[in-house]
Ligand binder design. Sequence first.
Ligand SMILES: Cc1ncc(COP(=O)(O)O)c(C=O)c1O
Length: 491
Amino acid sequence: MTTSDLEHLISKRAAARYSSHFSQNTAPAHIKAHPEPLSLGGGMPHYGFFPVESIAVHLTDAPFSDKKLETLKADSKSKNPVIIPKVTDRPDDIIDLKNGLQYSYIQGLKPLLLFLKEFVQKVYPPAYNDWEVVLNNGAGNGLNKVCDLFLDPGDVVLVEEFTFTPFLQSVENCGGIPIPIKLDFQGKGLDYNHLKYELENWEILHPGLPLPKFLYTIPTGQNPTGLTQPLELRKKIYKLAEKFDFGILEDDPYGYLTLPPYKDVKSGKFDVDAPVTVDNFVKELAPSYLTIDTSKRVVRVETFSKVFAPGLRLGYIIANKSFIKAINNYSNISTRSPSGPSQFLVNNVIQHLGGIDGWLEWIIKVRREYIIRRNVMLDALYASDAYKKNLITVIDPDAGMFITVVINYDKSKYTPAEYKQLTSKNLFYKTIENGVAVVHGPNMAFDNLADEHCNFVRLTIASPPDHATITEATNRFTKSVEELFEEIEKT
Ligand SMILES: Cc1ncc(COP(=O)(O)O)c(C=O)c1O
């Protein structure tokens, strides 16, 4: 029977778990508790044992503005550091060292959870009320926990044909079976017609396999393709999820890095230096599946990796209460609570910046740098001989930190298996010789279904130290493509 929180989708393993601790006892109601009990219970070292008295965090004004900070200008933020005290007098907003360095709640520390509840409500308001947030150790960890939530051995999960491949290992770890769904490179991400066809013909196409438990999708700034599903497509996919009763795992690390079209930035229609209000920024974000989730089947995985720093290992999951309870029970036996220092760093910096609006203003600055970098790379790609000779096609990403470059092999001359080989071997060798690292499409393919589209590479705008390096690295890449074509024309 279907329950309101779709508990029937929870794996048997996750549903059977319970949470208990040897320090927890509940007295019957007739026992009157002492009003001021002392604890000789849990082995939590008193904060007097902690070797740190306070921490001062010096913030940068904007991405890549550290050099300005080094000059210690009078108005610099470094004169106004975020102080993380041993004990705060604002325990509702600030996480102090007393709590942040202590054993703590599996779900995360209260000030940050409260912030996230308000933040999600503002940015991606779910279509129902009693949703929950839980902090965890980054999106990779979140994905693993959601696999545990849904998958028993033999259960099926639908995945995009090119995807964040570490997810597949989490599926395998639970004994799950991933089935690929095509991406529409000309369209906007997941190929709806293929998804529908698979589901409507499931028994013929996958005899003996159960219907999928959930769909794993990266709907905004898809990794690797950079494509973003429009709301209409999301609604249609959601309808299929309701009809065939599966969950949707929305992995959205790149949602805040929305990129206006290259041509709009070049023509000045979109001015990167024009002030952006927080409300306009939020309005222009691609809407989360949560906003249409009337039947509580969406699990959204978020991370601080791309907008704060990946070394924090901090992210969060939003889902219905029953799903969150099952996820907490798994955290209890695996990661336990997320790192306290990561939580106090993120929470107190956000509070220092002014809460939701201040945090979004930082994100807008990060996004601005990504827009500029995306244009620097596209400038170099479009100026290249490889582009002028039509050896490459460039996909202008809607969001995120990746640009997909399709290699235009003569498809009448090569089979998909051959151009897959040309990309992952011959082009790879050329890039090594020319001194540029890229991700070759075949490495992010789920299986042979993807061969037809394997003729691409993924270039990142995130890691180069400056714009000149982006241009130089891109030139090395396009030179590699040209050399590859010269070589294959000779054979
Ligand atoms: C699509 C996708 N999901 C998840 C992750 C993992 O993120 P995190 O650093 O939060 O574990 C990444 C990281 O690159 C990613 O691209």
